[in-house]
Design a protein around this ligand. Sequence first.
Ligand code: ADP
Ligand code: MG
Length: 729
Amino acid sequence: PGGGAKKAKANGGTDLINRWNGKPYSQRYRDILEKRKTLPVWHQKDEFLQALKDNQTLILVGETGSGKTTQIPQFVLEAVDIETPDKRRKMMIACTQPRRVAAMSVSRRVAEEMDVNIGEEVGYSIRFEDCSSARTVLKYLTDGMLLREAMTDPLLERYKVIVLDEAHERTLATDVLFGLLKEVLRNRPDLKLVVMSATLEAEKFQGYFNGAPLMKVPGRLHPVEIFYTQEPERDYLEAAIRTVVQIHMCEPSGDILVFLTGEEEIEDACRKINKEVSNLGDQVGPVKVVPLYSTLPPAMQQKIFEPAPPPLKEGGPPGRKIVVSTNIAETSLTIDGIVYVIDPGFAKQVVYNPRVRVESLLVSPISKASAHQRSGRAGRTQPGKCFRLYTEKSFNNDLQPQTYPEILRSNLANTVLTLKKLGIDDLVHFDFMDPPAPETLMRALEVLNYLGALDDDGNLTKLGEIMSEFPLDPQMSKMLVVSPEFNCSNEILSISAMLSGTLGSSHQQLSSLGSMPPVGMHHRILIPNWFVRPREAQKAADEAKARFGHIDGDHLTLLNVYHAYKQNNEDPSWCYDNFVNHRALKSADNVRQQLVRIMARFNLKLCSSDFNSRDYYVNIRKAMLAGNFMQVAHLERTGHYLTVKDNQVVHLHPSNCLDHKPEWVIYNEYVLTSRNFIRTVTDIRGEWLVDIAPHYYDLSNFPQCEAKRVLERLYKKREKEKEEARSRK
Ligand code: ADP
Ligand code: MG
């Protein structure tokens, strides 16, 4: 007796009392701590802390699941003094994540490991959601959020150590942060940077960070046997489900991880797997099928960590957990117990075509490096198997070796605006790890100049300054900022909120470039998920959608949906009955509130035209045009649309709500497939083009085409009207 007390005294009682909140540690804390200590990074804890002490920048490479994301920031927190010299406030540790889900999920886990409440000492911050407080000392945040913070805090003075995690993903924001942080480190000798990555592009990182030391954490991977299909699969979704069922029937115990591309596909697969397994009756074990994708609510995300169900009876066939995930599970989140991986070879990726200036999120083939990462997920706890749903020939010949950095395949308008706001004027000499193509930079500067965000010398204007504060694409922030002039800012806010849930800056899910589908693989079109269309009630769902339809366009239809949702008190059962996605609406409503706050900061008036006036919708359409005048298509006499200036043949996406083919439309999305579709379209008038964007519709700088001739007539008409007005005076 008394031994415990003595021990506690010997080290000041620190292992009994939680340093962060002064409370005694819970039993759960102790249980998790034992598990944490078995993670590979713990074997190199002292080595890591020594290296951190000796260097300003450090590169850490380790296999997925070795404990980088959850443990390293805690090591840092333990070792680094985060008191500011005047002791009045604490400095924070930041850890960036390319994906929102990872930031949320990992921070929750770390809060649990530290025995504190999420949002207090440990928090997270993602676009449109800040879950941190004045007490926060460790913050997980998306790379995009850290970049936004730099806009108001250029030296990132609230941080003592910044951990750039998942650097191998090479997202746009991470790449910009690389260059920015290099500069900040020069100005802040007290700041430290840890760059963490899963795969080995380590030499490149080292070269870029002036020879910073590299630490490797050896993984503990078991062998994974790889299987290919003999023939290309016509339908990878069907093939994936078939493979799951076969594994469940024939293979020994072990959980299954299936990689698919997005919410709808994943939910569909989960339903089908459950159905097929239940058809097999009690010849097979029970399954727990769990989806994982970026818009899943946090409580549902936690389910991936729950154990597999036990066999129905002792000695019976094994129960299994089946996780159906986007490539979030490729490196961002580690799920223990996976023995079988099914890899159809696709992921949703951002593709930018500078010619048409529109970025698309497209299902495209992954890279060899990604395929390798995916198969690795099967060998975390024991030898595993990976089923690739493509041929070995396709793997060897069609897949790119590495994932292209996002900066080389994205629209850079938003990035350039952010950089300008950060005071970086010389973009050509900015220290990019992989400099973007000069055309892409030029395009971005040009777009921002047309929008009025940059002046002719490339300097940020007052308008540009305000636009940069909105976490939206510049076209959308422009339409918001000018919407009070069209007396419809309330409506434009609603439309922007609805659009930003599904489109625009969604850089969450990407892993490789495949501008052309390899032989035997195909592209799929992505459908926005405002409308739910269950297989068993398609007709009712289509009728419900038609009730919201606005004949002048999809943007106005979205507005109708939003209004109806609010009029029905945001009632989930109303959503269910009307086949609209409640979760998506709830999140749009939240986004809207945040945008309202930014509007208020800049004294942008909230206003609406009279709903019964003829101008109500006209004003909204005009305001939308004020931001989107570069995304316009014209209906040719031959019956097809040509994009303005670029003269690309496009078709209205079949999902549109129009009851006619307007002469001019604005569009939000350009969907590249065998046919080029424009999606989310609204009817606009040719006259508005010459009124609202004459600088863009400058005919001296316009390719010869039908649209040009129509515009010439419109300009003449305007001239004549002005003439008449003058003579009347
Ligand atoms: P890395 O960043 O090196 O890939 P992580 O730090 O993400 O590794 O994961 C370390 C371990 O923590 C893994 O075994 C993982 O399964 C576990 N882990 C992470 N989040 C959770 C969670 N929410 N619940 C249970 N275990 C988790
Ligand atoms: Mg990690």
